[in-house]
Design a protein around this ligand. Structure first.
Ligand code: PLP
Length: 320
């Protein structure tokens, strides 16, 4: 599948490493490979950079000078968008909504929030969906009044353009693997899993972090359909995709004991830092169902390191 016709701007270091994890593999009784998208560079890295290469490539092609996007207070997508905008000289407006049942000094003033400000984004904190919508409209009107051209990116950068980053990633890992493997990835807004579902025809395991299996499957299906249309191909069957919500817990942004246990295991066997919102839930799903009979598993590390500090007091209690 050639992606050459889509505008793209380079933001990360590619390919990201595919690493062996012998001590983790031994602990789980199954061979685990780590796909290190947490190490792709810009702005402390993470999975959103792959999407932003296409989303911001399109924004630049459209002549945009202002980017507006959305997320929770500790959004990794917002932080990576802010870093990419800094690098590209674009104005970045982050409209953040308090949608996770967490507050306090660490959640509200540490982690990703510090980096959003470091990268020069304008941060707008909203208490609910209504204030979020009103803030967005005000920012669009202000940009119009000043003659600026806005590109709006959805939550998580998950749309038919952004997901192309993970169609490209599927090709990247095909070149790195020397034999069959299954891939395990977390699903939040869905663009990562959808891009992989389009580009990768081996087994794809998806761990829900924000919605239950039924809702996540619906989001995935519609993103895959949009992506296929954008690519000009028939939407593939999703028989190769298996979705689980067994480690979702009470909801988005709420880590469970199994999540903290997963962070400890990866940290203490491999010195790898997972995050409490996304990769920790996917790793908990791996621990719950290692499935050695299915051969090696690629654990796709999508980043999120600053989230550890956003959940600082809880993290310290869980680790010490
Ligand atoms: C956004 C994010 C995800 C989820 O990716 P989606 O494309 O939104 O499903 C996974 N891990 C981390 C660290 C993220 O920031």
């Amino acid at each position: 599948m050639t992606l050459d016709r889509f505008p793209r701007v380079t933001l990360g270091n590619w390919p990201t490493p595919l690493e062996e994890a012998p001590r983790l593999s031994e602990a789980l009784g199954t061979t685990v490979l780590l796909k290190r998208d947490d190490l792709n560079g810009l702005g402390v890295g993470g999975n959103k950079l792959r999407k932003l290469e296409f989303s911001l490539g399109q924004a630049l092609a459209d002549g945009a000078d202002t980017v507006i996007t959305f997320g929770a207070l500790q959004t990794n997508h917002g932080r990576q968008t802010a870093a990419a905008c800094a690098k590209l000289g674009l104005r970045c407006e982050l409209v953040l909504t308090a949608k996770v049942p967490r507050d306090g000094e660490a959640y509200e003033r540490s982690g990703n929030i510090i980096l959003d400000h470091l990268f020069g984004a304008n941060v707008h904190r909203c208490t609910d969906a209504e204030e979020t919508a009103a803030t967005y409209e005000r920012l669009v009107a202000e940009a119009a009044a000043e003659g600026r051209k806005v590109a709006t990116l959805p939550v998580g950068g998950s749309d038919a353009v952004g997901l192309l980053g993970y169609v490209a990633a599927a090709e990247e890992i095909r070149r790195q693997l020397t034999g069959p493997a299954r891939i395990l990835v977390p699903q939040g807004s869905g663009g990562t899993a959808a891009g992989l579902a389009l580009g990768w025809d081996g087994r794809l395991d998806v761990a829900c972090v924000g919605h239950d299996t039924a809702e996540s499957a619906e989001t995935l299906g519609s993103l895959v359909a949009d992506g296929a249309k954008h690519l000009g191909i028939e939407p593939p069957s999703l028989d190769h995709v298996r979705i689980t919500d067994r480690t979702l817990g009470p909801g988005y942004g709420v880590p469970t004991d199994a999540v903290w246990e997963a962070l400890r295991l990866f940290g203490r066997t491999e010195g790898v830092v997972l995050d409490p919102v996304y990769t920790g839930k996917a790793a908990a799903a791996l621990i719950a169902e290692p499935r050695p009979e299915e051969g090696p598993v690629v654990f796709w590390h999508t980043g999120g390191l600053p989230g550890v500090f956003g959940y600082g007091p809880e993290a310290l209690a869980a680790f010490s």
